[in-house]
Design a protein around this ligand. Structure first.
Ligand code: COD
Ligand code: ZN
Length: 379
């Protein structure tokens, strides 16, 4: 008497409206259709990007929605045509799919897939399943999926192309962070910036993503890692993970980029923006050295206009790159999970709180108040 082929009733956190707390409700999760998989979520992290979508200033949100894009779970059942996973497999759902057929998937230059981002808003195409319907119903209303994942539900339905199958002995309460925060920051340093041994680096924003970028810079052998945040409470952890210097722009009497340029004899080799917003973007560019300064952008602020840049800053030899999910995909994430098991990097350091899933609003408050790096929600 399994659940295969039947509607599952379970708890999910629903964002009915922007600016309101999430509401824990009973939802109905329909069985997976062709090339879909129903996953029981075991643990999930809360990333700042989840909060962007329910910010009243955010344009382009699909509501009501079940958020969450940093989870790990176990396959409950699969729809017709699914060959990459089977019931009982441990999986991490990824918000960047990998169809293995499109021009992006076939290129080594990107981790994108045409199913991820057809328009300007990467949320489009992933708010519903391929047949343009949702598998979630609550109080008779259809509820949108989020980023193709919707981890804030005890059960969710995900396309097969969004699933990374991971080791059977993976610790889901930690490797859920590989679903976004860790991979995004670590990969921005390792895969996008390609930080080199002996180099100097600056990382802006020391949340789960920025601290993971610090881990990436350290792993790559950087000799100096300057960590920047407007919240000095983040510095102890940044230092423990490899930052050599910490700067709070609000405690300096000149722009942080000027201080970094002075500290590094003309600017760092690599700068990574893990905070977002035009001010941080400008500091990211201005703190790098002329000649070869490499700038990697990860953060987006709601309604931010971005950067205005003079051609001279580029002609002087700087390069600017953006990074999504650190360049990883469903084929490379399983290796990250094994690397974690083999002690290559530390996910414990990112976990500041653990809460039962029902207390998700407490987790949101902790993140907004700058008190948490990652809260792990246990389902
Ligand atoms: N200067 C320096 N630090 C700052 C500044 C500033 N002006 N403003 C904020 N910060 C610090 C905050 O104090 C905080 O410590 C840190 O930046 C941000 O950390 P968190 O914990 O709030 O956020 P993360 O690490 O979970 O996420 C950061 C992102 C930059 C990835 C996120 O906010 C974002 O921009 N997401 C949009 C991009 C996106 O959607 N990516 C895909 C999924 S993540
Ligand atoms: Zn995220």
């Amino acid at each position: 008497m399994g659940t295969k082929g039947k509607v599952i009733k379970c708890k999910a956190a629903i964002a009915w409206e922007a600016g309101k707390p999430l509401s824990i409700e009973e939802v109905e999760v329909a069985p997976p259709k062709a090339h879909e998989v129903r996953v029981q979520i075991i643990a999930a992290g809360l990333c700042r990007s989840d909060t962007h979508v329910i910010n009243p200033k955010f344009e382009g949100a699909f509501l009501p929605v079940i958020l969450g894009h940093e989870g790990a779970g176990i396959v409950e059942s699969v729809g017709p045509g699914v060959t990459n996973v089977k019931p009982g497999d441990k999986v991490i759902p990824l918000y960047i799919p990998h169809c293995k057929k499109c021009k992006f998937c076939l290129s080594p230059l990107t981790n994108f897939c045409e199913k991820f981002c057809k328009g300007k808003n990467p949320l489009i195409e992933q708010e519903l399943m391929e047949d343009k319907t949702s598998r979630f119903t609550c109080k008779g209303k259809s509820i949108y999926h989020f980023f193709g994942i919707s981890a804030f539900s005890q059960y969710t339905v995900v396309k097969d192309v969004n699933l990374a199958k991971i080791d059977d002995d993976a610790n889901l309460e930690r490797v859920c962070l590989i679903g976004c925060g860790f991979s995004t920051g670590y990969g921005a340093a390792i895969n996008t910036a390609k930080v080199t041994p002996g180099s100097t680096c600056a990382v802006f924003g020391l949340g789960g993503v920025g601290l993971s970028a610090v881990i990436g810079c350290k792993t790559a052998g950087a000799s100096r890692i300057i960590a920047v945040d407007i919240n000095s409470d983040k510095f102890a952890k940044a230092k423990a993970l490899g930052a050599t210097d910490c700067l709070n722009p609000r405690e300096l009497n000149k722009p942080v980029q000027d201080v970094i340029v002075e500290m590094t004899n003309g600017g760092v080799d690599f700068a990574i923006d893990c905070a977002g917003g035009s001010e941080v973007m400008k500091a990211t560019v201005d703190c790098t050295t002329v000649g070869w300064g490499s700038c990697t952008f990860v953060g987006v602020n709601v309604n931010d206009k971005g950067l205005t840049i003079s051609p001279v800053e580029l002609i002087l030899g700087r390069t600017l790159r953006g990074s999504s999910f650190g360049g990883w995909d469903v084929d490379t994430v399983p290796k990250l999970v094994s690397d974690y098991k083999n002690g290559k990097f530390n996910l414990e350091a990112l976990v500041t709180h653990t809460l039962p899933f029902e207390k998700i609003n407490e987790a949101l408050d902790l993140l907004k108040q700058g008190k948490s790096i990652r809260t792990i929600l246990i389902y």
